[in-house]
Ligand binder design. Sequence first.
Ligand code: SF4
Length: 385
Amino acid sequence: MLFNDTHSPEEVRSLVTRAMDTTPERVERALSATNASFSDFLALISPAAADFLEQLAARAQRITRERFGRIVRLYAPIYVSNECTNSCAYCGFNKGNEVRRITLTPEEVFEEARALWHEGFRDILLVSGEAPNKAPLSQLVEAARMLSRDFPSISVEIYPLETEGYVSLERAGVEGVTVFQETYDPELYTKYHLGGKKRDFDFRLATPDRIGAAGMRKIGLGALLGLGHWRFEAVSLAMHALYLQKTYWQTNVSISFPRIRAASGGFLPPSPVSDREMAQLAFALRLLIPDIGLTLSTRETAEFRDGITPICFTSTSAGSKTEPGGYTRPGEATEQFAIEDSRTPGEVAEAIRGMGLEPVWKDWDRAFIAAESMESLPKDAERMA
Ligand code: SF4
């Protein structure tokens, strides 16, 4: 069963079959709906809707401007550790790969963050492989605590934790957790997750529930595009996001669109997703869930990012390094994957302005929330400047 025992993979498959049978007339009806229903969403991800991509983009863009205005948030990842005890077939950090591995100390994370702070970033994402012995939660908590005075927005993308782990991160100043399910198809999941704790599909699937239960301000979802059939992942993602919004209404849910890139080990995506298919998915999600944040990373080319960002994306990374130490001592560790958009953060910001949008480095401050939450933050941490 998926999502709190309410949806099964069989149900998702039958909905995908319904989408595949959509007629052009049904797509037109879905495009003209004031508020897209789930049935409209199925029509919008159908093969028939691929011929209506321009109309779909126009609707998505109008909704994005109405709901979010003309802004795009900028963030950057800091890879804390590329140690990992898992064997994900598609990942360069797979424990079976011979790569240069590093785990940064909290002080070294601070130095990476300082480099990003000087680039203008106030929103960072701490990333780590699953190696609790080398990169324990206590170290991630310590790093977040050190950064929380200078970075109003800190998120993490790390191995799944129990609820208490998320509570301790939140108290250290973390406001969001991203956890990609990779694929919502349990059989494929088993096929591509060959060893380690990550093999547990159900534990991973329930992770956003634990994040929501911990009271985290943001939950980021995503499927690794290229593993399973994209329409199966689209239906599952949409259902998952709607379920989380309803269950943890105080938490913002967002969706990212990681597409498989070449990694150490030479993994090739079994179900490649084209630019048009990825665009169709993002546009359809915008119509179904108008308020949801959509995030695009530097995995994508500059040309594709510049074309699609103004239509429906609300957040994007820039100048990313995908290895620990990448901003202050590049080349010492192996990167997770090669990024496609190698522009500097300043160049990305300029490109966003060229789209008639405003790049936003900071849109949140912990001073906005209750005073008791601030008590756990450091009183005299070293500052960036
Ligand atoms: S995807 Fe994550 S968990 Fe899997 S091998 Fe890579 S770093 Fe480890």
